[in-house]
Design a binder for this molecule. Structure first.
Ligand SMILES: [Zn+2]
Length: 437
């Protein structure tokens, strides 16, 4: 008699993968576990292959008695800190991340690690649930990554920093830990509040020496927000550069030059969203491609809601929340998958090759992105200044830019133009064009 248990192994594995791809929650897979010992064996690697947690589930997972048994199957580990969620019962966020760092070395086949925090620094920091994680926790996590791990994403706001000049600060320096693992990494995404050239090299006796990272395929470095700062402004090589952006991009240039094997078709992107000027509601999204020595500038404007409009280089406008816009600016190098795992896009694309097979059960999740028409149909009461001004003047007032060669690192923010015969009001009304008669 032919039974479900007479399925050949390859087909059984395909069935389990389809179950996972069809249902990102674990419920259906848990049923597969119970069919038979064979089904159990085929299901466990898929169930634990790409684990992703928000605050509460991480706590539950870490408390599980069966944890050591599934450790070998974990290939990617995603932690998403969600500030809007209720605090974890019995453990602070820091304690939980500390527990995760104790677990990490046991994940001997881990390929990819992601820690992201949706914290908005502009919100107040008075409740326990809105404190940034401290840098010693981030350092503990990075240091605990097993040597098998080739991809890493850190998008966090560590609370403290190093400052050798004043002696104030901490000895837990996130950049030092990142640099140590960068040597073996293939895909890295770093978005930190504080960062410095120690990410890519060491300074001894006044000389900055970039490290070698021969396996690197993609690197995204993004100073967090507008007020991003250097960890240690006393680094003699970089102290004359005023901003984090200038120090980081110039250190990246030197890092790229120092790779003896060359970086081939790797993507090395520095990304920022900068405010244009005091009198402008326009922001500028910048992606600097260090290998191509080119910066791509995109105008952004608030829709007077949570969403922002981004004007692409073909002049089409898209509308989304800042996290999706940030992803787009970065060149979509890291993506969300259904079920919550965050992975390098390169790994997902190649997931049918043996090396990346662990990602085969992951389905990329399309970012929430609207065309201008879609968005305006859904939000007829909202608009952007530039849409209103362009409707009034009948002219295009805002365009993206590409800056190449000399000066590609020092990009000027994009401003909305003021056409002849029109003027801008003062302060808040500087956004609105009026006829100048
Ligand atoms: Zn640093």
């Amino acid at each position: 008699m032919v039974t479900i248990d007479s399925l050949p192994n390859e087909i059984l594995v395909q069935v389990v993968l389809e179950v996972r791809r069809g249902n990102p929650s674990d419920t259906d897979l848990l049923h597969c576990l119970l069919v038979s010992r064979r089904w159990h064996g085929a299901t466990v690697p898929v169930l634990y292959g790409n684990i992703a947690f928000k605050n509460l589930d991480l706590n539950r997972f870490l408390q599980r008695p069966s944890l050591p048994n599934c450790a070998d199957y974990v290939r990617s580990f995603t932690i998403r800190v969600r500030r809007s969620e209720t605090p974890m019962p019995g453990a602070t966020l820091e304690q939980m991340l500390d527990m995760a760092s104790i677990l990490l070395p046991a994940l001997k086949n881990l390929k990819s690690f992601s820690l992201t925090d949706d914290m908005q620094l502009d919100t107040n920091l008075h409740t326990d649930n809105s404190r940034p994680v401290s840098s010693h926790v981030v350092v503990a996590l990075v240091n605990a990554l097993p040597s098998s791990c080739q991809s890493m994403e850190l998008d966090v706001v560590p609370r403290d920093r190093r400052n050798s000049h004043t002696g104030w600060g901490t000895t837990h320096h996130v950049c030092d830990s990142v640099r140590r693992v960068l040597r073996r990494m293939r895909d890295v995404r770093i978005r930190l509040w504080w960062m410095c050239p120690a990410l890519f090299g060491t300074t001894r006796g006044g000389a900055y020496t970039p490290i070698s990272a021969p396996h690197l395929k993609t690197l995204v470095v993004s100073p967090h927000g507008f007020r991003a700062l250097l960890c240690d402004s006393q680094d003699p090589q970089f102290m004359n550069l005023r901003s984090t952006w200038a120090s980081i991009t110039s250190a990246l240039e030197r890092f790229v030059e120092a790779q003896s094997q060359g970086l081939g078709d790797a993507k090395i992107h520095a990304v920022k969203i900068q405010k244009s000027s005091i009198n402008s509601v326009c922001k500028t999204g910048v992606r600097t491609d260090i290998l191509a020595r080119k910066s791509f500038l995109y105008p952004l404007q608030s829709t007077k809601q949570d969403h922002f409009m981004i004007r692409q280089h073909d002049e089409r406008d898209l509308v989304s929340a800042i996290p999706s816009i940030q992803t787009m600016l970065e060149g979509n190098l890291w993506v969300n998958t259904v079920g919550g795992a965050r992975l390098p896009a390169r790994v997902l694309k190649a997931s049918t090759k043996a090396e990346f097979e662990f990602a085969i059960s992951c389905v990329p999740q399309a970012p929430e992105m609207y065309t201008a028409d879609e968005w305006r149909t859904q939000n007829p009461e909202h608009s952007t200044w530039v849409w209103e001004n362009e409707a009034a003047t009948g002219l295009k007032l805002l365009s993206g830019k590409v800056v190449e060669g000399e000066g590609y690192l020092n990009v000027e923010p994009i401003l909305e133009s003021t056409p002849r015969g029109w003027k801008r009001g003062r302060h808040y009304y500087a956004s609105r064009l009026e006829r100048d008669d």
